[in-house]
Write a protein that binds this ligand. Structure first.
Ligand SMILES: *Cc1c(COP(=O)(O)O)cnc(C)c1O
Length: 430
C-alpha cells in the first residue's frame, strides 16, 4: 500500500478506528480470516480478516456463543434434562430475551416476546388485529408494494383466510391510500433493498387519524437504528433475531404489542404455551394475561441461547453511538464509491433519518461483481434484479474495512475481473 498516495483514505480510516468508542466490541465477535487456505497479510504483517458487510442479512457470531451453547447442550440438556425448564430458566426464555429486546425498542419489558419467525409473528398479529376490528366495512390490509416478500405473502394469506382484501401501494401513494375501508397497515420500517426508512411517527399519526392500526416490521431496524416505540406512537411490531441482533441463522423473532393494546388481541395460533396456565392441562383455552398469549408451542431453547448472547451484546451498546458510527461509515463508503466506482449508482437515501444501516448500489452486473468481491474476501450481497447491498454493522465493521472494500471494488471494476465465467453462475441463495 502506497501511503503517500492514499487515495482510498486507508490511513485516515485506521486513525478513526483507533479513536472509535465502539472499538472494543469487535473482539466480542468472531471475525474469520479473509482466505480459508492461502493466508494473506496486510502491510503490518497481520493476517487479513474477512470484510463482512452482510450483517444486515446474517449477523456475525458473538464469541460467547460456542461456550454458551456447549453449556446449554452438555450441562442443561445433557445433565439437568427436564429439570432445566425450571432450574435453568428455560420456561422464561421467551419473555426474558424479549425484555432485553424491549430495551432496544424503548418499550416496557412485558411488551415484547421472542417466538417463532417474523413470518409467523406477522401472521399472528395481523390476524389478531383483523379479528379485533369492530367495523364490518374495514376489510382492507394495506401494504407497501415491493416490500420484503414475506410481508405481502403473509398478508395475502391472511386476507384469504379472513375474507379481507390486500391492497399494495407505492410508498409515495401509501398515506393517501388509507381510507375508511382500511383495517390495518403493514409496513417494513426500513426497506430491505433500498434501505429507505419510513417516518414512523408521521405514519402512525396519519393512520391514527383514520383509526387504523399500523403493524411495523422492524427486521432491518432492530440493533441498527435507535428506536423508541412509545415516543413514535407505535403499537404493534415484529422483528428479526438473526440480522443486526446477531442471534444466529434462523434465530427466533420477536413480537411487540403496547400494553394498553394487548387486551383485545387474541392469537389465532392457540397453542398450549400461550395458555394462562399451560400445566393445568385444561380442555378449554384461556389466553395468558400478558404478551405470552402469543406463544404457540415450546420455545426452541438451543436457538434461544444463541439469540440471548446477541441481544445482550446489542443491549450493552449505546444505540446513539452505534447509529452515529453507522452514519460515518455510510459517508465514508458512499464518498469513496462516488470517487472511485462511478458506475455504481447509490439508491439509498443519503439523509440519515431517511435510511437504515446499509447502502445499496445499482449496477447492471451487480451479481458477478458481488461474486468477485466475495472471492476477494469482501462479503456483501446481491438483491434482484441489479442491487449490490453493503451492510454496516458498527459493533464490528471498521472504517478500514469500508476503505479496503472500496479499494477492492474499484479494482474489480477497473480490471473487469467480474467478467470471469465462474462469477456468472447463479445460486439458490443470494
Ligand atoms: C429478514 C426479514 C424477515 C425474516 O422473516 P423470517 O420469517 O424470520 O424468515 C421478515 N421481514 C423482513 C422485512 C426482513 O428483512
Amino acid at each position: 500500500m502506497n501511503f503517500d498516495n492514499d487515495e482510498f483514505r486507508i490511513r485516515e480510516a485506521r486513525s478513526r478506528d483507533a479513536a472509535d468508542p465502539l472499538r472494543s466490541f469487535r473482539s466480542r465477535f468472531h471475525i474469520p480470516y479473509r482466505s480459508k487456505d492461502a493466508a494473506t497479510t496486510n502491510d503490518r504483517g497481520e493476517r487479513d480478516e474477512l470484510i463482512y458487510l452482510d450483517g444486515n442479512s446474517l449477523g456475525a457470531m458473538p464469541v460467547a456463543v460456542p461456550q454458551l451453547m456447549d453449556d446449554v447442550i452438555r450441562r442443561q440438556w445433557g445433565t439437568d434434562l427436564i429439570r432445566s425448564w425450571n432450574d435453568n430458566g428455560w420456561i422464561e426464555a421467551p419473555s426474558r430475551i424479549g425484555s432485553g429486546i424491549a430495551e432496544l425498542l424503548g418499550a416496557r419489558s412485558d411488551e415484547v416476546l421472542v417466538a417463532d419467525s417474523v413470518s409467523v409473528n406477522l401472521f399472528k398479529l395481523l390476524t389478531a388485529l383483523l379479528s379485533a376490528q369492530q367495523s364490518d366495512t374495514r376489510r382492507t390490509i394495506l401494504c407497501e408494494a415491493g416490500s420484503f416478500p414475506t410481508d405481502t405473502h403473509v398478508a395475502s394469506g391472511v386476507a384469504r383466510l379472513t375474507g379481507c382484501r390486500l391492497m399494495t401501494a407505492a410508498p409515495e401513494d401509501l398515506a393517501a391510500s388509507v381510507d375508511d375501508q382500511t383495517a390495518v397497515i403493514l409496513l417494513s420500517h426500513i426497506h430491505y433493498r433500498t434501505g429507505a426508512r419510513w417516518d414512523m411517527a408521521g405514519m402512525n399519526r396519519q393512520a391514527a387519524r383514520h383509526s387504523v392500526p399500523v403493524l411495523w416490521d422492524l427486521s432491518h431496524s432492530i440493533g441498527a437504528v435507535p428506536l423508541n416505540l412509545p415516543a413514535t406512537g407505535t403499537q404493534y411490531a415484529v422483528g428479526c433475531g438473526y440480522k443486526y441482533l446477531n442471534g444466529g441463522p434462523g434465530a427466533p423473532a420477536f413480537l411487540y404489542a403496547a400494553s394498553d393494546c394487548l387486551q383485545h388481541l387474541a392469537s389465532p395460533l392457540q397453542g398450549w404455551m400461550g395458555h394462562a396456565d399451560p400445566f393445568a392441562f385444561e380442555d378449554s383455552y384461556r389466553p395468558a394475561a400478558g404478551i405470552e398469549r402469543f406463544l404457540a408451542g415450546t420455545p426452541p431453547i438451543l436457538s434461544m441461547a444463541a439469540l440471548e448472547a446477541g441481544v445482550r451484546l446489542s443491549a450493552s451498546a449505546d444505540m446513539q453511538v452505534v447509529w452515529t458510527k453507522s452514519c460515518e461509515l455510510f459517508d465514508l463508503l458512499t464518498e469513496l464509491v462516488a470517487e472511485h466506482c462511478g458506475s455504481m449508482e447509490l439508491i439509498t437515501p443519503t439523509k440519515p433519518a431517511a435510511r437504515g444501516s446499509h447502502a445499496s448500489f445499482r449496477h447492471p452486473h451487480a451479481w458477478p461483481i458481488n461474486k468477485a468481491l466475495i472471492a476477494r474476501g469482501v462479503i456483501g450481497d446481491f438483491r434482484t434484479p441489479d442491487v449490490l447491498r453493503l451492510g454496516l454493522t458498527p459493533l464490528y465493521t471498521r472504517f478500514e474495512d469500508v476503505a479496503q472494500a472500496v479499494r477492492i471494488l474499484s479494482h474489480i471494476l477497473k480490471t473487469e475481473e467480474w467478467r470471469r465465467p465462474e462469477y456468472q453462475q447463479t445460486a439458490r441463495v443470494t
